[in-house]
Write a protein that binds this ligand. Structure first.
Ligand code: DGY
Length: 382
């Protein structure tokens, strides 16, 4: 096994914390150092294996800040517990790479980083929607290949989404934000599919529709689809914002792709396995006017055979949350989770997580997904 390189900060700290990737910004490190942590950061860009992480944890380790690319299951949580570890945080809002039950079984709280990815990820989904609709990837490749001979009426004709229908699957924070950007920016009607209604979103769009009417413009409409199939038949572009679990694995498969309009657009910034990627390759091959835009892949970082050759697919390397503010915020929240748990602070109880991005943060862990199961104390409660 290749030895990975690690750099150590605050070598005299009394608590040993492992960070499996370099993180942006400096507040995250300040927060750990303030909690008297010796912080060891892996400087390799390779994805760490379970064995790499086990060997980094070693005989004694108090906590780990890990990545969504790592397999945090029984083996790693068992190793962490045996090393005296009492805290873990994913540096991500999603935690499908974490077996939370296993962590709970080993008594280890699992932190995540909600609240700082919302607008950034929604913006990227918008960017991908229009990259697909207006064929910017194809057009850029054409330019760079020196193929542009002059303005042509028929060059790279795309889709105008103005006043059409946007479909959102999963209307949580990010999905609802994307929906508003599309509806407000492009006066689109919204159809969403979610097991829970999002009344706030529906009310917002109804109020926006009333505003448009008051200006003499046609209103916009919003409805919750009864079935996923209804949404897929109706929408001109569809954006996925679900979590990945057994119920959403291959949610978009060959049969459901076949229901979509011939010239529809499918955007995925959620998790790769939500889409049956091999089926998508086949669908895009057979339907050149259909477009897909993917930030995430089923076997990330690999792509299914044939995907890379398709001009009607836009592909980017899981960068939907990659703005400086968001990534620094994610690092700060993950470090705040671990620092607070090591200090025995309670778990934050409010949706507004932004106070943790200030130098003077609340004395709490911003977000711990198994706080209830572990019966951790909640901020402000007696
Ligand atoms: C997350 O945090 O779950 C995102 O996928 C990172 O972009």
């Amino acid at each position: 096994m290749e030895q990975k390189k690690w750099e150590t900060h605050n070598p005299t700290g009394s608590r040993r914390v492992i960070v499996t990737k370099i993180l942006p910004g400096s507040l995250w490190l300040e927060r750990l150092i303030k909690a008297d942590c010796k912080v060891e950061v892996c400087t390799s860009t390779d994805v760490l294996s379970v064995d790499d992480i086990k060997s980094a944890i070693g005989q004694q380790c108090d906590a780990v800040l890990g990545q969504l690319t790592e397999d945090w299951g029984d083996e790693l949580f068992g190793t962490l517990e045996a090393a005296g570890g009492t805290a873990y945080s994913n540096v991500a809002v999603g935690f499908n790479n974490v077996d939370v039950d296993a962590a709970t079984g080993h008594g280890i709280p699992v932190g995540n980083t909600p609240g700082v990815l919302t607008e950034t990820t929604a913006q990227m989904a918008v960017a991908l929607t229009f990259a697909a609709a207006r064929r910017t990837g194809e057009a850029e490749r054409f330019m760079r290949a020196g193929k542009y001979k002059g303005w042509l009426m028929t060059l790279f004709l795309g889709e105008l989404l103005w006043r059409k229908t946007v479909g959102v699957i999963g209307a949580g924070r990010i999905g609802a934000n994307y929906a508003r950007m599309m509806v407000e920016g492009h006066k689109m009607n919204l159809v969403y599919y979610d097991v829970y209604p999002n009344q706030e979103l529906e009310d917002y769009i109804a109020a926006y529709g009333d505003f448009l009417k008051s200006r003499g413009e046609a209103p916009v409409a919003c409805k919750r689809a009864d079935t996923l199939e209804d949404l897929l038949r109706e929408a001109d572009c569809v954006s996925l914002h679900t979590v990945l679990d057994d119920s959403t694995h291959h949610l978009i498969n060959a049969e459901r792709l076949a229901l979509m309009k011939e010239n529809a657009i499918l955007v995925n910034t959620s998790r790769g396995p939500v889409v049956d990627e091999a089926a998508l390759v086949g669908h895009c091959r057979r339907h050149p006017d259909f477009r897909a835009a993917l930030d995430v892949f089923e076997d990330e970082p690999a792509m299914k055979p044939g995907l890379v050759d398709l001009d009607n697919v836009v592909i980017v390397p899981h960068i939907a949350s990659a703005t400086r503010w968001t990534r620094e915020g994610m690092a700060t929240l993950a470090a705040s989770n671990v620092a607070a748990l090591l200090r025995g602070y309670p778990v934050w109880n409010q949706p507004d997580i932004l106070p943790f991005l200030e130098a003077d943060a609340p004395r709490a862990a911003p977000s711990v997904v198994n706080a209830d199961d572990l019966k951790l104390p909640i901020f402000g409660s007696r």
